[in-house]
Design a binder for this molecule. Structure first.
Ligand code: SF4
Ligand code: MG
Length: 336
C-alpha cells in the first residue's frame, strides 16, 4: 500500500529537573527509538501496558511537543522539524480523538461551533451557509441528528460526546486519525458502537488510523496491523492474524494469554508475568524485557535484540529467533 505516515527512530526523552539550580539530573526514556509506518486507509494499533510510551508516540506524531530525535513523514513531507507556523496548515491532515469525551469538548461551546471551528480555521468553506452544510453532513456521518447541533456538550451521553469528538476530527478532512484510548472510558455496549462507527468511517473515507489501546480484545476485532510496545520500544509488528495467531515475542505472547479467545470452548494458556514494568528512567540493559521474560537467557541481559522480519513481514525483537526452530519455545506451542 501507499504510505501515509512514516515514523523513523522516534525518541522522546523527558528531562528530570532536580537540585538547587534545577539542572537536568536524568531522563524519562518514554519513547526510545520507535519506527513504523501506516498505509493509506489502514489501521495500525499501538498496544502495550500503560506507561509503555504509546500515548507519547501519538502525541509526538501529532507534534504536540518537539521530538528528542527521529523523523515523522506525513504525506511524503517531513513534519518533525517544521516550525509552528509552517506546521499549522498541515495539522489538517492528522487529527486526534482522545480518551475522555468529557474534558475534550469545550463546555461553553454549542456543538455547531465546536464543529465549525476547524472548518473555518482550515478554510474549508467559502461562506457560513457552507459551514452549516458541512456541520450537518458531519452529524450525519457520526449518526447524530442534525438538530442536535444547537445543544451543549453536557446534554450528551459519553458515547454521543465521543461521536462529536470524531465529527470534530473529521471536520478537518484528515488523512490520518490518531485514536488515543478513544473507547476505553466508554461502557461496553457503547464501546462496540463507537468502534463500529470508526470502522465504517474508515472504509467510507479511506482514513488511516493509529489506534492506541491497551484493550487487545477490541484491537483483535478491528485492526489491520498491530505494533506492540514495551518500555519505550516496539517489540513486535505484524498483521492482525499473524500477531494474534502466532506471536513472535514473549511479551506479546503474555499479553495475548489474557485475552479471551473468540472461538467457543477454546482457551489460551494464561501466562502471568513476574515483577513490575521497570522504570523508564533506568531501563534494563540488553533486552528491556529480560527482567520479566520467562525465556530469558544470558545473551538477553547484555545484548539488545534488533526488530527483525521473519521474511513474511512479521517483525519481532527477540534473540530466541536466532535458534533453530525446534529449540525456539515461541514456535513450539500447541494452537489454542
Ligand atoms: Fe525474552 Fe531474551 Fe527474547 Fe528478550 S530477547 S524477549 S529476554 S528471550
Ligand atoms: Mg496512555
Amino acid at each position: 500500500g501507499e504510505r501515509i505516515l512514516e515514523v523513523t527512530d522516534l525518541k522522546k526523552h523527558f528531562p528530570i529537573r532536580g537540585g538547587l539550580l534545577g539542572s537536568t539530573v536524568g531522563y524519562v526514556y518514554a519513547v526510545d527509538g520507535v519506527s513504523f509506518h501506516i498505509n493509506k486507509g489502514e489501521t495500525l494499533s499501538l498496544v502495550g501496558e500503560s506507561g509503555c510510551g504509546k500515548s507519547t508516540v501519538g502525541k509526538a506524531v501529532l507534534r504536540l511537543f518537539p521530538l528528542t530525535s527521529g523523523q515523522v513523514v506525513l504525506n511524503n513531507r517531513r513534519i518533525d522539524d517544521l516550525s509552528a507556523g509552517t506546521l499549522r496548515p498541515l495539522r489538517r491532515q492528522i487529527q486526534v480523538v482522545f480518551q475522555d469525551p468529557f474534558s475534550s469538548l469545550n463546555p461553553r461551546m454549542r456543538v455547531r461551533d465546536i464543529l465549525a471551528e476547524p472548518i473555518r480555521n482550515f478554510g474549508l468553506a467559502k461562506n457560513e451557509a457552507e459551514v452549516d452544510e458541512r456541520v450537518g453532513a458531519l452529524m450525519d456521518k457520526v449518526r447524530l441528528p442534525r438538530d442536535a447541533v444547537n445543544r451543549w456538550p453536557h446534554e450528551f451521553s459519553g458515547g454521543q460526546r465521543q461521536r462529536i469528538c470524531i465529527a470534530r476530527a473529521l471536520a478537518a478532512e484528515p488523512d490520518v486519525i490518531v485514536c488515543d484510548e478513544a473507547v476505553s472510558a466508554l461502557d461496553v455496549s457503547v464501546k462496540a458502537q463507537i468502534v463500529n462507527l470508526l470502522q465504517d468511517l474508515q472504509s467510507e473515507l479511506g482514513l488511516a488510523m493509529l489506534f492506541i489501546s491497551h484493550d487487545l480484545a477490541i484491537v483483535e476485532h478491528m485492526t489491520h496491523r498491530v505494533a506492540v510496545m514495551y518500555l519505550g520500544k516496539i517489540v513486535e509488528v505484524a498483521d492482525r492474524k499473524s500477531l494474534f495467531g502466532s506471536p513472535r515475542h514473549p511479551y506479546t505472547e503474555a499479553l495475548l494469554s489474557a485475552v479471551p479467545v473468540p472461538v467457543p470452548g477454546a482457551v489460551r494458556e494464561r501466562i502471568v508475568l513476574q515483577g513490575d514494568v521497570p522504570s523508564p528512567i533506568k531501563p534494563p540493559k540488553g533486552c528491556r524485557f529480560h527482567t520479566r521474560c520467562p525465556y530469558a537467557f544470558d545473551r538477553c541481559r547484555s545484548e539488545e535484540p534488533a526488530l527483525r522480519d521473519d521474511g513474511t513481514g512479521h517483525l519481532a525483537a527477540c534473540h530466541l529467533h536466532d535458534r533453530p526452530a525446534a529449540e525456539n519455545p515461541l514456535l513450539n506451542k500447541a494452537p489454542p
